[in-house]
Design a protein around this ligand. Structure first.
Ligand code: ZN
Length: 291
């Protein structure tokens, strides 16, 4: 089943929700960057959040970047998304390995440790919108929950999960974002808080075979959840040989000459998807010859 996200409302519009099913996206990222399990879990979670937060933007041209700069051994993460479910991302140290604190649970929090989460929305204005928050747990979902409450004044509940099979492939991945809209009643809030407190980890629900819709229906039962839209989600990179060539062409002349004098093919790797672009000496000379 291909990845997708859903969105909708409940309690007569007092709650809005987003849900995403992202196994293939997480698996693609893991293979593209040859990620350790912890790195794959962290990036899979952030990609899942990126898809849903991207869908909160108004225009197809808008771009969302979720950036985590942190002290932990993972070094940092970057995810970008558009409003149409296209996401891509990478981690600084794809090989990070740490012992588990809780058996069976990957120690993502310590892999990130202390740091800052930035949410950058580029809507074509001169200056992009930038919201920032200090990492609370480094588990990403809690950090985003805190971000929505403090930076956007929107009480929210974020759950993100990536679970692996014994062979290391991603068994299931997904998450949701529930948000309380202005004017929501205390009754709605109380009911939702009670449901969330009883829910248990999202990975447990997903690994039991529940779809993200079923998870949301369970949480919002009796509150009339209405699913309004479903859209595909996919790890998508817009890199190309042409774009890579433009990047090389912008390097200082001295650097280009040095590469040519090395006498070896030049290999440029896309940060976001790991794709390699190879340029022969002849191609390098041609790029240099244009100036
Ligand atoms: Zn790429």
């Amino acid at each position: 089943m291909s990845d997708y996200m859903v969105r909708g409302t409940a309690a007569d519009g007092e709650i809005r929700f987003f849900g995403a099913s992202t196994r293939e996206t997480a698996e693609f990222a893991k293979n593209a960057h040859q990620l350790s399990p912890i790195a794959a879990a962290a990036l899979g979670r952030l990609l899942t959040a990126g898809a849903m937060m991207g869908a909160m933007m108004k225009s197809e041209e808008d771009r969302l970047t979720l950036k985590i700069d942190c002290d932990g051994p993972i070094g940092g993460l970057v995810v970008t998304a558009d409003a149409l479910g296209h996401v891509k991302g990478y981690v600084k140290n794809p090989n990070v390995v740490l012992p588990s604190k809780i058996p069976g649970k990957l120690n993502v929090g310590d892999a990130l440790d202390l740091g800052v989460l930035s949410v950058i929305r580029d809507t074509g204005l001169k200056e992009p919108y930038i919201g920032q928050t200090i990492l609370q747990t480094g588990e990403i979902a809690e950090d985003l929950t805190y971000y929505f409450a403090t930076s956007e004044q929107t009480p929210s509940s974020v759950a993100l999960g990536v679970l692996f099979d014994k062979d290391g492939s991603v068994r299931t991945a997904g998450g949701f974002i529930l948000q309380i809209m202005p004017g929501a009643t205390d009754e709605t809030l109380t009911k939702l808080e009670e449901r969330l407190s009883k829910m248990g980890p999202i990975t447990t629900l997903l690994s039991a075979g529940k779809t993200i819709e079923e998870v949301l229906e369970g949480l919002l039962a009796g509150m009339g959840p209405e699913f309004l839209q479903q859209d595909p989600v996919a790890f998508t990179c817009d890199c190309s040989k042409e774009r890579t060539e433009e990047m090389l062409a912008s390097l200082p002349t001295a650097d280009l000459k040095e590469m040519i004098n090395d006498g070896k093919e030049v290999e440029a790797v896309c940060h976001f998807c790991g794709k390699k672009y190879v340029f022969s000496i002849e191609e390098m000379k041609e790029i240099l010859g244009r100036r």
